[in-house]
Design a binder for this molecule. Structure first.
Ligand SMILES: C[C@@](CO)(OP(=O)(O)O)[C@H](O)COP(=O)(O)OP(=O)(O)OC[C@H]1O[C@@H](n2ccc(N)nc2=O)[C@H](O)[C@@H]1O
Ligand SMILES: Nc1ncnc2c1ncn2[C@@H]1O[C@H](COP(=O)(O)OP(=O)(O)O)[C@@H](O)[C@H]1O
Length: 284
């Protein structure tokens, strides 16, 4: 029988509290400055050990080619790197919108790496797991480290930070935005002067993708406009499509959620500077 320690591994969402582009590398990738904070809301993963070495998902994720499923790729890479012979069946209970800028795929991949490393007893340290994670996606190392982070480079140079942890209302305006299309837009501001966390805390930071995304996606523009009417500063997370605002209390955030126009999905969640994944790891 599967032990409880294999179950209920959280894969939290993240928000980019701001996102500036400071330059472009020779390979075309953009140099960023951003601040990642986790939410106490996300996907949940259960793992089942398989003795015969197979790595499989219990149910294919809609719209994701099984060869590209980040949880399977993470498990395969961990086996390859450590030589662990065991297999695993992975159950992903999906709550996060895919490609919405809240990092669900990256978080699922990080949770797979962190959980299986503990469950298989493969003993990789955090830095080695984060390196493996970076092969899967730019945001995976932040989820592996599990602390709110000031990130630079393409997101791989990270420093732990502890901004305030408010209650957010996060809205998915129901459109899909390709990260690549935002980064290839000629109108994108790519020369932001580098800032510090003090500048961020003083309110001198935003998301440069907003200026490209809002005119191209009226639903995002309208959701941001609606959030502004609720008395909060509307923000885009990552390259979108999700938008969010910070409320003074959970009650106010929930009351705003109750007023959300029915054409949009939304949820209320608290910002967390320590990832729920780390709390789960402590209990393993
Ligand atoms: C910018 C962030 C902030 O969190 O946006 P979201 O994806 O969360 O919205 C992420 O770091 C995104 O990372 P990730 O989601 O791994 O990006 P990818 O799929 O690898 O990138 C898709 C494409 O966007 C462009 N790209 C991406 C990241 C980057 N720093 N510079 C780029 O120019 C590249 O053309 C790349 O091929
Ligand atoms: N387990 C997974 N969960 C979500 N998306 C996945 C997963 N595996 C692969 N993907 C792919 O990764 C893409 C980006 O996913 P996601 O992290 O949700 O985006 P974002 O960083 O914009 O929030 C998805 O569109 C999907 O095709």
């Amino acid at each position: 029988m599967t032990e409880d320690r294999w179950k209920h591994w959280p894969a939290p969402a993240k928000l980019n509290l701001f996102l500036h582009i400071t330059g472009r590398r020779a390979d075309g990738y953009h140099e960023l400055q951003t601040l990642f904070q986790f939410l106490d809301h996300g996907d949940t993963l259960d793992f089942e050990p398989l003795a015969d070495g197979r790595v499989e998902s219990a149910r294919a994720l809609e719209g994701v080619d099984p060869g590209k499923d980040l949880t399977l790729r993470a498990a395969h890479r961990l086996r390859e790197v450590t030589g662990h012979p065991g297999g695993v069946r992975i159950h992903v209970h999906k709550r996060l919108p895919m490609g919405g800028g809240v990092g669900g795929g990256s978080s699922d991949a990080a949770t797979t790496l962190v959980a299986l490393n503990a469950l298989w007893g493969t003993g990789l340290d955090g830095a080695s797991l984060a390196r493996l994670g970076l092969e899967l996606g730019a945001d995976v190392p932040v989820f592996v480290h599990g602390t709110a982070a000031w990130a630079e480079g393409v997101g791989e140079r990270i420093t732990a930070v502890a901004p305030p942890e408010p209650c957010y209302l996060v809205i998915h305006p129901g459109v899909h935005i390709s990260t690549a299309s935002v980064f290839s837009d000629p109108g994108l501001t790519r020369d932001c002067p580098p800032i510090t966390i003090v500048d961020f805390l003083a309110g001198q930071a935003g998301n440069v993708c907003e200026a490209v995304v809002r005119p191209r996606y009226p639903e995002v523009d309208q959701a941001m406009g609606w959030l502004g009417e609720q008395g909060v500063i509307p923000r885009l997370t990552g390259t979108g499509a999700c938008v969010f605002g910070a409320f003074d209390s959970a009650l106010e955030a929930r009351e705003a959620l109750d007023r959300l126009p029915p054409r949009w999905q939304g949820f209320v969640a608290r910002g967390r500077n320590r990832s729920p994944l780390m709390d789960r790891l402590d209990r393993c």
